[in-house]
Design a protein around this ligand. Structure first.
Ligand code: FES
Length: 325
């Protein structure tokens, strides 16, 4: 989930579990409008482990959380690194981190959480758009460490806007950089691999991800991707009943409310973070009913299995949904 950078839609203040404290240890500009923050525990203690693709939930002073991909060295047990692009029209998280957060300041966090794991594959293609490079950096270093056959396609509007460009170009011709100000509009399909053994990972703007997602039939597998924000969804929403089995509570879910909101109305809390189906925090097991998945986290296999859903956005295709809550 960068990975979430800001999103313009208003969001309810979410509940976040297991919040702990980090302190800003260093900050530096890594591209135009992009700042990198190095974070550590106030007492210098070891931080929770993570794997490539993981993100942190930072809980900022307005009480809302934002997700940022970890882009540093996963083997460094004492610091986390994130990079944040300033989104003047966003919800304020990136502006706060750019304009307010200084070395020594404390930030609350939960996680790390990983919805974007690498799967075993001998060949990988990483496609990053702009700040979407952040989850790709540790993936890239993992691919190098495992001696995989890897390629990186790195796209953006200008070279100045691409974080970590110098260090990536120093890796040689496995890295293809396409900056619109120099190279014109990218033909994304020119990056599509012919070999179905190549596992594709992508993170970046919605239009780029939609184009990569459309490769699935030709690839023979679904590209793995992380989205910054929920996909537009204008499908009809019908009412149904949700049952929280362990709590022994049932309540209707109206067409205009979420499962989370309906359950909170009757006193059953669900831990959430992004509240827009992109972080995975609220994942819940389904005991009965057919999920109507509307998130951007679960892969095709999990969707088809129907054993879990993300109740901050997803719904039910049946009249009754029983959850393990
Ligand atoms: Fe983020 Fe539900 S709270 S996916």
């Amino acid at each position: 989930m960068t990975t979430t950078q800001d999103d313009a839609r208003p969001q309810p203040a979410p509940a976040v579990a297991g919040v702990r404290t980090l302190v800003v240890d260093a900050r530096r500009e890594v591209a135009e409008d992009t700042v990198e923050l190095t974070l550590r525990r106030p007492d210098g203690a070891r931080l929770p482990d993570w794997a490539p693709g993981a993100h942190l939930d930072l809980v900022l002073p307005d009480g809302r959380s934002r997700q940022y991909s970890l882009c540093g060295d996963r083997w460094d047990a004492h610091t986390y690194r994130i990079a944040v692009r300033r989104e003047a029209q966003g919800r304020g998280g990136s502006v706060y981190l750019h304009d307010e957060a200084q070395i020594g300041d404390r930030l609350e966090f939960a996680g790390p959480r990983n919805n974007f794991r690498m799967t075993p594959a001998p060949r990988v293609l990483l496609i990053a758009g702009g700040i979407g490079i952040t989850p790709m950096l540790p993936m890239l270093h993992q691919a190098i460490a495992l001696e995989l056959d890897w390629r990186l396609a790195y796209l953006g509007r200008s070279r100045a806007s691409l974080p970590y460009l110098d260090e990536l170009e120093a890796l040689g011709d496995r890295v293809t950089v396409h900056a619109k100000d120099v190279d014109g509009r990218a033909d994304l399909d020119s990056f599509r691999p012919d070999d179905p053994a190549v596992q594709v990972y992508a993170c970046g703007p919605e239009r780029m991800l939609d184009a990569v997602e459309a490769w699935a039939p030709a690839l023979g597998h679904a590209p793995r991707m992380e989205r910054f924000a929920a996909r537009a969804d204008d499908r009809p929403r019908t009412p149904f009943e949700v049952v929280a089995a362990r709590s022994g509570v049932a309540t209707p879910v109206g067409a205009d409310e979420t499962i989370v909101a309906a359950l909170r109305r009757v006193g059953v809390d669900v831990i959430t973070s992004c509240a827009q189906g992109v972080c995975g925090t609220c994942e819940t097991n389904v005991l009965e009913g057919t999920p109507d998945h509307r998130d951007s986290v679960l892969d095709e296999r999990s969707r088809d299995e129907g054993a879990c859903l993300l109740p901050c956005v997803s719904r039910c295709l049946d009249r009754r949904l029983v959850l393990d809550l």
